[in-house]
Design a binder for this molecule. Structure first.
Ligand SMILES: [Zn+2]
Ligand SMILES: [Zn+2]
Ligand SMILES: [Zn+2]
Ligand SMILES: [Zn+2]
Length: 743
């Protein structure tokens, strides 16, 4: 609740003003609780206000266009996912896409995913520095005479102030109070508790009729108890009573004509519901966040349909697809591009000699020239002057086509994430100034730093513990660049479906109200946070996959496990539909390399989050994760919008031993709910789950069994037990020890 002294003029709701007064709050608050459309009350109950946008400078993304592109992409994904979830509503009457998405997110000329269209010129990127507010809704009731008065604006109220005397003739003074009950609708509308109803005229227009049928304009609000269903508006003219409800103008316009044509929509879909804004939230801000890849525009660019060939080449080079020699033209171009064009002439001469010899039938001489050219090329490959052109398999080529044609869900697309992972490694993880390798002793990450024997002991111990946990790489990333942005809001429900009167209803995702220039604000907070990056041991993962019956033979080197994952990947869907199955009859998935690797990495990421939370004091809600399945890697990061105080690095420095013990301790992976949890898929809020806002996968594809063994996931057609990753590692170590004794 805001305090009064931040109120620069809003204390007097009678004052007309051209511009709304503004208030200053922290950026995170303005981007969330006080974002435009929010309703809040001043401390001391002095009345309610609605937050409205105020014009402010646009963020200049010209120097960082990738950041802007990433916002648009993430916004698009959020809207597509919202739409897809809302359209799953099953009921007798249809759901229309416009009931789920505001115009600024939606093109009504198309349907489905393609209908999501973010017109960038309709939005303005801003920092949440200021927001305005207006008193409202302006509906008052006199405690004495029970009359209700409604104003359409503060200026209206100024022109016609509230009467001072009750009309009863007793000479009593009115005691006016702003009504703390409002009408809301899942379409995003919010209205004061007006006695006047919206109706649709014969011309189709929606109007509010500001009087009773008898012609009188004044109503009293009779409250019988606290139940709205018992409240009545009573006309002061004819005494006729009205129930406390209002029609939602948006839904009335959208649905009434269909009802008139016999489509079984119900009035419960159109009517707003009264709600006390002191008792329940009437505003849910919608936001998204992502890791920034500013320095690598290719991370976004390679995802475009026109760049498929380049994406294939990139994945092939990242995942050990063997290469072929580039053509001579390509070699020449590559050398020139690297400023080594002078090397070309000698090589070209060798190739020319080879051709002459071959034309003359001098095979052995031709082969000698060919061999000399080959040795030259190998030298260039080794020096990096020339790069081998990787050869993609037909399976990889098909997958890159599929991700466009079948519209793979962005969030789980392993091809996208492997390109992002490559950028993350190059820009953050593998750069000494950006990240600390936790296997080595660093001044700020190792309490033993400075004493050689102690440093060695640290490195030995941490190395052994990480190996025991099946973790090959562990880094502390100091400043992970992140963007968190809020782009709109909903009412009644924070999710796309709400149930009202036993009927599922679509919740409309609304853009923020327009600025003076008619654009919608998007509030952007840029931040840097600490993160822990971990990459599992490919050998251990290979053994684990084999133990669970999904990898008959490991890929031949240099091909990576990731190449198998990418080739075998079948779209997970935007909200993991196939993995939310709870009964055998509806199973559509069978464990495979992509699903098991995701299950393992995701579970491990949550386990690490719980560990950080235990030893650092950061709560689970202030962390989040990123999973890079094809690279067997994940990232757990802080996600607070306030300054990072280094909780994760001090956790590591002070408690790395306890933290690493925690990671491999079986007892830490038991659940208090016992077998009940095991039977329900090995994940529940009492164990490995994290708050919804911290999980990138809605707490799906998650099971303690992935680490310690247990029942197969409920979605899995293959119901054999899962061998735990930590069990498989222990077996490997025991086997190695036994082998060591035997030789
Ligand atoms: Zn009165
Ligand atoms: Zn009347
Ligand atoms: Zn549990
Ligand atoms: Zn998660």
């Amino acid at each position: 609740m805001p305090d009064q002294d931040a109120n620069d003029g809003g204390g007097n709701p009678n004052a007309p003003r051209l511009f709304p007064p503004r208030m200053t709050r922290s950026q995170p608050q303005l981007a969330t609780s006080y974002a435009p459309g929010a309703m809040f009350t001043w401390e001391g109950g002095k009345g309610a206000c609605l937050a409205v946008p105020v014009d402010a400078a646009e963020i200049d993304f010209n120097a960082r266009p990738t950041r802007r592109d990433q916002i648009i992409e993430n916004l698009e994904e959020a809207c597509q996912s919202w739409l897809a979830r809302g359209m799953t509503i099953q009921r007798d009457a249809p759901v229309y896409e416009t009931q789920l998405l505001d115009d600024c997110f939606h093109n009504p000329m198309r349907t489905g995913t393609a209908s999501v269209e973010i017109a960038t010129d309709k939005f303005q990127f801003m920092r949440p520095d200021r927001v305005g507010y207006l008193p409202g809704p302006l509906v008052y009731r006199c405690d004495i005479c029970e009359r209700v008065r409604e104003y359409i604006s503060p200026a209206h109220q100024f022109a016609e102030p509230l009467p001072e005397q009750c009309p009863s003739g007793e000479g009593r003074e009115c005691r006016w109070r702003q009504l703390d009950v409002v009408y809301v609708h899942w379409s995003g509308e919010l209205e004061g508790l007006s006695p006047y109803r919206y109706t649709q005229g014969r011309d189709g227009e929606i109007r509010k009729i500001p009087r009773c049928q008898c012609g009188a304009e004044d109503f009293r609000l009779i409250k019988q108890g606290n139940q709205f269903s018992l409240w009545r508006f009573r006309c002061t003219g004819c005494g006729a009573e009205r129930e406390v409800y209002q029609t939602d103008p948006f839904s009335l316009y959208a649905l009434k004509r269909h009802m008139d044509n016999g489509i079984p929509h119900q009035w419960s879909e159109i009517n707003m519901v009264p709600i006390s804004y002191r008792a329940s939230p009437v505003f849910y801000v919608q936001s998204a966040r992502f890791i920034v890849y500013d320095h690598d525009p290719e991370v976004v660019a390679l995802m475009q349909p026109a760049r498929q060939a380049d994406l294939i080449a990139k994945i092939a080079s990242l995942h050990g697809y063997g290469g072929s020699d580039p053509s001579d033209e390509s070699i020449r171009a590559q050398l020139e591009a690297k400023g080594r064009g002078a090397l070309w002439a000698g090589y070209a001469a060798m190739r020319a000699q080879e051709q002459i010899a071959r034309a003359a039938g001098q095979t052995s001489q031709a082969n000698a020239f060919a061999e000399a050219a080959r040795i030259t090329r190998e030298g260039w490959y080794a020096s990096g002057d020339v790069v081998i052109e990787p050869v993609a398999t037909p399976e990889l080529q098909a997958q890159v086509r599929n991700r466009h044609q079948l519209g793979y869900a962005r969030r789980f697309d392993p091809m996208r994430s492997t390109v992002e992972h490559d950028a993350l490694r190059r820009r953050k993880v593998d750069v000494a100034s950006e990240a600390g390798n936790l296997r080595l002793a660093h001044a700020e990450l190792c309490a033993e730093y400075g004493v050689r024997e102690l440093e060695q002991a640290y490195q030995r111990r941490v190395g052994q513990d990480l190996t025991r946990a099946g973790i090959q790489d562990a880094y502390l990333v100091r400043n992970l660049d992140m963007v968190e942005f809020s782009f709109g809001f909903t009412r009644v429900s924070a999710t796309p479906i709400t149930v009202q009167k036993d009927r599922p209803m679509p919740v409309r995702l609304k853009g923020f109200p327009r600025l003076q220039n008619d654009r919608r604000p998007i509030f952007v907070i840029e931040q840097q946070n600490e993160a822990i990056y971990m990459r599992l041991d490919p050998g251990a993962v290979t053994a684990w996959l084999a133990a669970n019956g999904v990898l008959p033979a490991p890929p031949a080197a240099p091909r990576t496990l990731g190449s198998v994952l990418i080739e075998d990947y079948a779209d997970f869907g935007p909200f993991l539909q196939g993995f939310t199955v709870r009964d055998p009859a509806s199973r559509v998935r069978t464990r495979d390399v992509p699903s098991l690797i995701y299950l393992l990495l995701h579970t491990m990421a949550h386990h690490v989050m719980h560990g950080i939370s235990r030893f650092s004091g950061l709560d689970l809600g202030s962390m989040s994760e990123a999973v890079f399945p094809a690279d067997l890697a994940f990232l757990v990061h802080r996600r607070g919008m306030t300054e990072d105080l280094g909780n994760i690095s001090s956790m590591w420095r002070d408690h790395n031993g306890a933290f690493l013990d925690y990671l491999v301790a079986r007892r830490e992976l038991r659940c208090g709910s016992g077998t009940l949890c095991d039977h329900r898929g090995g994940a529940c809020p009492a164990c490995i789950m994290v708050p919804e806002t911290s999980c990138i996968a809605g707490n799906q594809l998650l099971s303690r069994a992935a680490l310690v063994g247990g029942r197969a996931p409920l979605w899995d057609n293959d119901q054999r037990h899962i061998r735990g990753y930590l069990e498989v590692i222990r077996d490997l170590r025991n086997a190695a020890a036994a082998g060591g004794r035997n030789t």
